[in-house]
Ligand binder design. Structure first.
Ligand code: PLP
Length: 379
């Protein structure tokens, strides 16, 4: 069916046609519980009425105007996002990598002669050449795509000794608050605070890459809130507009004043359609008990899976609805077996399954997914 996508995307054997809540339906009418949510993107699930209405209404009014101009929706959203995060200014992009590119440029210009950006081993920051260089995993530094830009230093997370001299010549620390692609690895808040303090002592900025953790994924609006690091720059994407492509680079204090006219741009960034979707997401995620429910649902999943005491599960960890499961069998085999039975899960390493369900997934949908997972892990 259909045209040929380039070979770099290894598609799983399913063709989806629609979705409602946390349930996806394929072209044959078979249903699947969605524990992937477009890799942490569909934070309100599929066909959420408020999101659909916001997008439809905005599309009928105005989709795009270019960043020569401001839009009413763009100003409304930037005001709401800055108020929510306590940051001073925002640059809108279309993806996480692009938001991180903006953060890298801010840091380098801020640093003057100091050009080095310190990131963590096992981190992931994107697929552009600069964000690949920032990524602290050797497997992403494919020599075929070299040369990569210089000026990135990788240190191990949670290692106090590694902070010694780490910020010599550095303009920034770029911290992935929970390492998603690298295996759902938790960063210890005390260490994160020590790393941020060491960076600041050296005159470097603190950048939180919250592309995956942001917008409530961990049960906090920003994961840097629970780390307690008050970053100078925060990058967001994935869930920010519930599935409409969007990224954002927020900054405060001196970092917010670094860019001047002509320094950086992006044609589609922050167009009114994306901003309308993002406003709808912000309204839902900001509702009373929404974030507390994300924490509760995450704990429910982790305690239920741990309670099975299955020999095929080495451990389960996570924050909110960002969950990693160490498996004995290859994760890709289990992913396929889950899919065949009607559960979408992703992987974050050869033996790590990753769950990033919609943040508003309900208990019935969770239990339906966990029943399938249990059957697969037991067999
Ligand atoms: C922490 C983090 N940063 C950056 C990115 C890149 O985002 P995008 O794929 O939207 O460019 C990702 C994507 O998985 C991510 O998890």
């Amino acid at each position: 069916m259909g045209g040929k996508i380039m070979n770099n995307l290894g598609s799983l054997p399913v063709v989806f046609a629609s979705g409602k809540g946390s349930i996806l339906t394929d072209v044959n009418g078979k249903e699947y519980v969605d524990f992937v949510s477009g890799i942490g993107v569909n934070c309100l699930g599929h066909a959420h009425p408020a999101l659909v209405k916001a997008i439809a209404d905005q599309a009928a009014r105005q989709i795009h105007i270019s960043n020569y101009y401001n839009s009413d929706r763009g100003l409304e959203y930037s005001g709401a996002l800055l108020e929510k995060t306590g940051m001073d200014r925002v640059f809108f992009a279309n993806s996480g990598a692009e938001a991180n590119e903006a953060a890298i440029k801010i840091a380098r210009k801020f640093g003057g002669e100091k050009k080095t950006i310190v990131t963590l081993l096992k981190s992931f920051h994107g697929r552009t050449v600069a964000t690949l260089a920032a990524t602290g995993q050797e497997k992403f530094h494919n020599p075929a795509f070299a040369p990569y830009p210089a000026g990135f230093r990788h240190i191990p997370a949670n290692d106090y000794g590694a902070l010694e001299g780490a910020f010599d010549g550095a303009c920034a620390l770029m911290l992935e608050c929970v390492q998603g692609e690298g295996g759902v690895n938790l960063v210890d808040p005390d260490w994160a605070k020590a790393a941020a303090a060491a960076a600041r002592k050296a005159g470097a900025l603190v950048i939180a890459d919250e592309v995956q953790t942001g917008i409530g994924r961990t049960g906090f609006f920003l994961a840097s809130d629970f780390l307690g690091i008050e970053p100078d720059v925060v990058t967001l994407a994935k869930g920010i507009a519930g599935g409409v492509p969007m990224g954002a680079c927020l900054a405060r204090g001196a970092a917010a004043e670094v860019f001047v006219a002509g320094d950086h741009q992006s044609t589609f960034g922050g167009n009114p359609l994306a901003c309308a979707a993002a406003l709808a997401v912000l309204a839902e995620v900001g509702k009373g008990a929404f974030l507390a429910a994300v924490t509760e649902k995450g704990e429910y999943i982790r305690s239920k899976v741990a309670g099975w005491k299955l020999p095929g599960v080495a451990s389960i960890r996570g924050r909110g609805l960002m969950i990693g499961l160490d498996t004995v069998k290859p994760a890709s085999e289990l992913q396929l077996a889950c899919l065949e039975r009607g559960l979408c899960v992703s992987t974050a390493g050869p033996n790590i399954l990753r769950f990033l369900p919609p943040l508003n997934i309900n208990t019935d949908e969770i239990d339906r997914g966990l029943d399938i997972l249990y059957t697969v892990l037991r067999s």
